[in-house]
Design a protein around this ligand. Structure first.
Ligand SMILES: [Zn+2]
Ligand SMILES: [Zn+2]
Length: 119
């Protein structure tokens, strides 16, 4: 199984706008401790979507408030890592390809329909 390398570039897409997100950093409050974690951020100035390999998608405002309720939670069927949106298909608007940052496994939303993989 390939090992995830720290600093490996992911091509994560914003799940709202389907554009490449850029490397960023986010201050996270985890169990009362503030820590800075590498993350990916949507380039749109009015979009708060972020992705971090350890947390999956979340919305982060500039005030550090984090909102996860409205973000997709797709996890890897092998290791449970939060997967990122890697590809969409302009011709099939409902198509989503998700990729695991840990083991590179992929799944699509049609797998969910056909295979019944639970999230
Ligand atoms: Zn966005
Ligand atoms: Zn995986």
């Amino acid at each position: 199984m390939p090992i995830a390398q720290p600093g490996k570039e992911l091509h994560a897409l914003c799940h709202e706008h389907h554009v490449d997100m850029g490397p960023s950093q986010i201050a996270l409050m985890i169990e009362g401790e503030l820590s800075v974690a590498p993350a990916y951020a949507c380039p749109r100035p009015d979009c708060f979507v972020h992705y971090a390999t350890s947390h999956g998608y979340f919305l982060a405002t500039k005030y550090g408030q984090i909102e996860r309720d409205s973000t997709p939670r797709v996890t890897c069927p092998r290791d449970g890592q939060p997967m990122y949106l890697a590809r969409t298909n302009p011709e099939v608007s409902s198509f989503r390809l998700w990729r695991c940052p840990q083991c590179d496994a992929t799944r699509t939303n049609s797998d969910d329909l056909e295979g019944g993989i639970r999230q």
